[in-house]
Design a protein around this ligand. Structure first.
Ligand code: URA
Length: 262
């Protein structure tokens, strides 16, 4: 296992551990927040990903991005990777020798990100990570805990392109991920919501970390970080909009549109 991202990425660049290396244009390593709480794992690159070297940038990826927007997940806040880093021909499922050759790279990514939640996108991700005995139809939407990580199996976004009815499940599963994320990250006594101070909005999901820096002014370099702010320490709150526990926060953009910009 490599201890740094640089070493890991370097080790993958010239990988020839399986036959997928022969036709690849680019290795598709992974993308997103390297300290993310939530990690998404797909199957393997398709044509667009192979061309651009980034996961989930084709049709399925665009659909996933739309679903993220709907529920208020920022793609940049999560980490996204695949079981195999090189495109299988004609987008077939990776074969066992290919996924086995590649899985240590993913394990290393998980070790570096240290996610609390892993979303398994489709059957290939589910079986490779949790075991062949799991089936996606029976497992999707149900939390599985292993070694301190909460796994949420759900449909692969490409399955939503083939069967529209799966979209509802996918959105529901993402909502469950957000709820779990908030449960994990928001300790009792902390606000989970938007703080609105005069004259402007100060923060979106504030934090203790953030609190340390709070000076009554507007701090705002990282409005989307997902952290908390101890309520009892805050003076001068003009308006505090707490999310309904069972409801998701609107995205920050929607919030600004609704309540005014700063
Ligand atoms: N499908 C996947 O499983 N991964 C990608 O990166 C793109 C499509």
């Amino acid at each position: 296992m490599y201890q740094t991202w640089e070493e890991l990425e370097d080790s993958i660049k010239n990988c020839q551990k399986c036959k997928l290396c022969r036709a690849r244009q680019n290795i598709v390593f992974g993308v997103g927040n390297k300290n993310a709480t939530v990690m998404f794992i797909g199957e393997g690159p398709g044509a667009d990903e192979d061309r651009l070297g980034e996961p989930f940038v084709g049709r399925a990826g665009k659909l996933m991005n739309m679903a993220f927007k709907m529920v208020g997940i920022n793609r940049e806040d999560v980490y996204i990777a695949n079981i195999v880093k090189c495109r299988p021909p004609q987008n077939r499922n990776p074969e066992d020798d290919e996924s086995n050759a590649c899985l240590n790279y993913l394990r290393n990514q998980v070790m570096l990100v240290k996610p609390k939640i892993i979303v398994l996108l489709g059957s290939v991700a589910l079986k490779n990570i949790l075991g062949k005995e799991y089936g996606i139809t029976a497992s999707r939407g149900k939390w599985i805990e292993k070694k301190g990580i909460m796994y949420m199996p759900t449909w692969h976004p490409a399955a939503l392109l083939r069967d529209e009815t799966k979209k509802v499940d996918f959105i529901n599963d993402l909502q469950a991920v957000i709820e779990k994320h908030n449960e994990i990250l928001v300790p009792a006594g902390c606000a989970h919501g938007y703080l609105v101070l005069e004259p402007s909005i100060v923060s979106y999901k504030c934090s203790e970390k953030f609190y340390g820096e709070y000076d009554g002014g507007i701090k705002w370099n990282d409005p989307d970080i997902n952290v908390q702010w101890p309520l009892d320490k805050i003076d001068g709150i003009k308006n505090l909009i707490l999310a309904d526990k069972d409801k998701n926060l609107p995205s920050f953009k929607e919030f600004i549109e609704q309540y005014g910009a700063f």
